[in-house]
Design a protein. Structure first.
Length: 135
Protein backbone atom coordinates (compact mmCIF):
# COMPACT_ATOMS: atom_id res chain seq x y z
CA UNK A 1 0.00 0.00 0.00
CA UNK A 2 2.88 2.36 0.72
CA UNK A 3 4.35 1.95 -2.76
CA UNK A 4 0.94 2.52 -4.30
CA UNK A 5 0.50 5.72 -2.31
CA UNK A 6 3.96 6.94 -3.26
CA UNK A 7 3.43 6.28 -6.97
CA UNK A 8 0.07 8.04 -7.06
CA UNK A 9 1.34 10.97 -4.96
CA UNK A 10 4.20 11.43 -7.43
CA UNK A 11 1.71 11.46 -10.32
CA UNK A 12 -0.44 14.09 -8.60
CA UNK A 13 2.63 16.22 -7.92
CA UNK A 14 3.67 16.03 -11.56
CA UNK A 15 0.15 16.98 -12.69
CA UNK A 16 0.01 19.96 -10.31
CA UNK A 17 3.09 21.54 -11.82
CA UNK A 18 2.58 23.60 -14.92
CA UNK A 19 4.39 21.49 -17.49
CA UNK A 20 5.02 21.16 -21.15
CA UNK A 21 2.79 19.03 -23.33
CA UNK A 22 5.57 16.46 -23.48
CA UNK A 23 5.76 16.18 -19.66
CA UNK A 24 1.99 15.84 -19.40
CA UNK A 25 2.03 13.16 -22.10
CA UNK A 26 4.64 11.28 -20.04
CA UNK A 27 2.44 11.53 -16.94
CA UNK A 28 -0.55 10.22 -18.91
CA UNK A 29 1.61 7.37 -20.18
CA UNK A 30 2.44 6.41 -16.59
CA UNK A 31 -1.26 6.60 -15.68
CA UNK A 32 -2.05 4.03 -18.39
CA UNK A 33 0.46 1.61 -16.84
CA UNK A 34 -1.01 1.65 -13.32
CA UNK A 35 -2.45 -1.44 -11.68
CA UNK A 36 -6.15 -1.43 -10.77
CA UNK A 37 -5.24 -0.70 -7.12
CA UNK A 38 -2.98 2.19 -8.12
CA UNK A 39 -5.68 3.53 -10.42
CA UNK A 40 -8.27 3.46 -7.64
CA UNK A 41 -5.93 5.35 -5.32
CA UNK A 42 -5.09 7.86 -8.04
CA UNK A 43 -8.79 8.42 -8.75
CA UNK A 44 -9.37 9.05 -5.04
CA UNK A 45 -6.63 11.67 -5.05
CA UNK A 46 -7.91 13.22 -8.26
CA UNK A 47 -11.38 13.43 -6.69
CA UNK A 48 -9.82 15.48 -3.88
CA UNK A 49 -8.26 17.79 -6.48
CA UNK A 50 -11.64 18.07 -8.22
CA UNK A 51 -13.25 19.20 -4.97
CA UNK A 52 -10.44 21.69 -4.29
CA UNK A 53 -10.50 23.06 -7.84
CA UNK A 54 -14.05 22.45 -9.10
CA UNK A 55 -13.70 24.80 -12.07
CA UNK A 56 -10.53 23.22 -13.46
CA UNK A 57 -11.47 20.72 -16.12
CA UNK A 58 -8.00 19.17 -16.21
CA UNK A 59 -8.58 17.14 -13.03
CA UNK A 60 -11.61 15.52 -14.63
CA UNK A 61 -9.64 14.87 -17.83
CA UNK A 62 -6.82 13.24 -15.85
CA UNK A 63 -9.39 11.10 -14.01
CA UNK A 64 -10.90 10.11 -17.36
CA UNK A 65 -7.48 8.98 -18.56
CA UNK A 66 -6.93 6.97 -15.37
CA UNK A 67 -10.31 5.23 -15.80
CA UNK A 68 -9.56 4.64 -19.48
CA UNK A 69 -6.26 3.00 -18.55
CA UNK A 70 -8.32 0.26 -16.88
CA UNK A 71 -10.81 0.10 -19.79
CA UNK A 72 -13.53 1.64 -17.62
CA UNK A 73 -15.16 3.33 -20.57
CA UNK A 74 -18.37 4.51 -18.89
CA UNK A 75 -16.49 5.90 -15.89
CA UNK A 76 -14.05 7.72 -18.19
CA UNK A 77 -16.97 9.15 -20.21
CA UNK A 78 -18.51 10.40 -16.96
CA UNK A 79 -15.33 12.26 -16.03
CA UNK A 80 -15.12 13.80 -19.50
CA UNK A 81 -18.77 14.84 -19.19
CA UNK A 82 -17.92 16.67 -15.98
CA UNK A 83 -15.07 18.41 -17.84
CA UNK A 84 -17.49 19.37 -20.65
CA UNK A 85 -19.85 20.82 -18.05
CA UNK A 86 -17.04 23.21 -17.06
CA UNK A 87 -15.83 23.94 -20.59
CA UNK A 88 -17.75 22.85 -23.68
CA UNK A 89 -14.61 21.50 -25.33
CA UNK A 90 -15.58 19.66 -28.56
CA UNK A 91 -12.60 17.31 -28.23
CA UNK A 92 -13.80 16.14 -24.83
CA UNK A 93 -17.26 15.62 -26.29
CA UNK A 94 -15.70 13.56 -29.04
CA UNK A 95 -13.81 11.52 -26.44
CA UNK A 96 -17.14 10.83 -24.73
CA UNK A 97 -18.58 9.55 -28.02
CA UNK A 98 -15.49 7.42 -28.61
CA UNK A 99 -15.57 5.94 -25.10
CA UNK A 100 -19.25 5.07 -25.33
CA UNK A 101 -18.69 3.52 -28.74
CA UNK A 102 -15.82 1.41 -27.37
CA UNK A 103 -18.06 0.41 -24.45
CA UNK A 104 -20.42 -1.04 -27.05
CA UNK A 105 -23.19 1.51 -26.62
CA UNK A 106 -23.75 2.79 -30.15
CA UNK A 107 -26.92 4.68 -29.19
CA UNK A 108 -25.27 6.77 -26.48
CA UNK A 109 -22.17 7.19 -28.64
CA UNK A 110 -24.28 8.64 -31.45
CA UNK A 111 -26.09 10.96 -29.02
CA UNK A 112 -22.73 12.18 -27.72
CA UNK A 113 -21.37 12.57 -31.26
CA UNK A 114 -24.37 14.71 -32.20
CA UNK A 115 -23.36 17.19 -29.48
CA UNK A 116 -19.98 17.85 -31.08
CA UNK A 117 -19.64 21.33 -32.50
CA UNK A 118 -19.62 22.08 -36.21
CA UNK A 119 -15.85 22.62 -36.19
CA UNK A 120 -15.24 18.89 -35.96
CA UNK A 121 -16.34 16.05 -38.16
CA UNK A 122 -16.56 12.46 -37.06
CA UNK A 123 -15.67 9.41 -39.09
CA UNK A 124 -15.91 5.83 -37.88
CA UNK A 125 -13.09 3.54 -38.98
CA UNK A 126 -11.74 0.33 -37.44
CA UNK A 127 -14.00 0.57 -34.35
CA UNK A 128 -12.76 4.05 -33.40
CA UNK A 129 -14.02 7.58 -33.85
CA UNK A 130 -11.40 9.49 -35.79
CA UNK A 131 -11.48 13.25 -35.53
CA UNK A 132 -10.51 15.56 -38.35
CA UNK A 133 -10.67 19.33 -38.35
CA UNK A 134 -12.81 20.81 -41.06
CA UNK A 135 -10.95 23.69 -42.60
Amino acid sequence: RGDVDEVTTDIIKSLILEQSSESLAQAISVIYQLSPMQTDMLLSKLNVMQREYPNERRWFAFAANAALGQSRFYEAAGYYQRAVNIDANPYYQAFIADLLYNAGNDTLALEAANKIGDDLTLNIKNSYFILTLTL
